[in-house]
Design a binder for this molecule. Structure first.
Ligand SMILES: [Zn+2]
Ligand SMILES: [Zn+2]
Length: 288
């Protein structure tokens, strides 16, 4: 049985996210540990942390993955924003460490018309500073493959591998693959042979040992559209079948598959998307 979960809300306390994931029969989940559209974060309350650890042990939901705030931009040519981004990232990593969360998913950044080379250099420098400020931490930053919208960096495997190789503590960096972003970035995987070729390419350029999280989202934009808009599973340009290639790949049995599909009808959407994915898993009885 693969690890399958959704991005859940932390409204009411971090521990409440585990209740929501359990309600959806998930054995993994993704959360924001703070408001993702604000810089400031309130301190985690000791009782909340304790309750979170208790509930995690009870539910057996693991790994828990965190997604970093969308405001963070380590590729920014504006010094103030770059500095603020590093400080915010350190805070996010500290929260992960307190909660014993192994991976923090991060969009590498955007160069904002300052050029790709310069952008990638700043991202790597920023990651170095953040690593130095968090020495000894267990949590790893998982750089997410992006859709390549605008001046966003990290939409090609070689850009992610460039960032990793430029970093001093590259062993602290891993990668998150997103199906919606990959199609939008121009990676074809909608038939079995294209899928195998793409995974081989990932292995050659980045290394499958670096792959620790897979986001399963369908895509509004077609191949190479560079549009970051997620669709419900099977309702976008990817279609249902290709998700089965990932879910049944024996190389990925320990990797958390996480949905970030639209929340228009909230919990019902999650239920339906999960049911569609579960119907693809080999050897699992379809209870529909
Ligand atoms: Zn993301
Ligand atoms: Zn994603």
């Amino acid at each position: 049985m693969p690890k399958l979960g959704v991005h859940v809300s932390i409204a009411g306390g971090i521990d409440k996210a585990l209740d929501r994931a359990e309600e959806l029969n998930c054995n993994t989940m993704q959360i924001f540990t703070k408001n993702n559209n604000r810089w400031k974060a309130r301190e985690l309350r000791p009782a909340e942390i304790e309750r979170y650890h208790e509930r995690q042990a009870e539910t057996g939901i693991e790994p828990v993955v965190t997604h970093a705030s969308y405001l963070i931009n380590l590729g920014s040519p504006k010094y103030k924003l770059w500095e603020k981004s590093m400080a915010a990232l350190v805070i996010e990593l500290r929260r992960c460490e307190i909660l014993k969360i192994p991976y923090l998913v991060l969009h590498p950044g955007a160069h904002v018309k300052s050029g790709r080379e310069a952008g990638l250099k700043r991202v790597a420098e920023g990651l170095d500073m953040v690593h130095n400020a968090t020495s000894g931490y267990q949590v790893k930053i998982a750089l997410e493959l992006t859709a390549g919208q605008g001046t966003v960096l990290g939409y090609q495997f070689d850009e992610l591998s460039t960032i990793i190789s430029k970093c001093q503590q590259h062993e602290r960096l891993v990668v998150c693959f997103d199906t919606c972003h990959a199609i939008a970035a121009g990676y074809e995987f909608r038939n079995e042979s294209a899928y195998q070729a793409m995974i081989d390419k990932f292995d050659t350029v980045i290394g499958l040992d670096k792959l620790v999280v897979i986001h399963l989202n369908d895509s509004i934009g077609d191949l190479g559209s560079r549009l970051d808009r997620h669709a419900h599973i099977g309702m976008g340009k990817i279609g249902l079948e290709p998700f089965g290639f990932f879910l049944n790949d024996s190389r990925f049995t320990d990797i958390p598959f996480l949905l970030e599909t639209p929340q228009d009808v909230k919990i019902e959407s999650d239920r339906e998307n999960l049911a569609r994915l579960r119907s693809l898993i080999d050897g699992v009885e379809d209870d529909a």
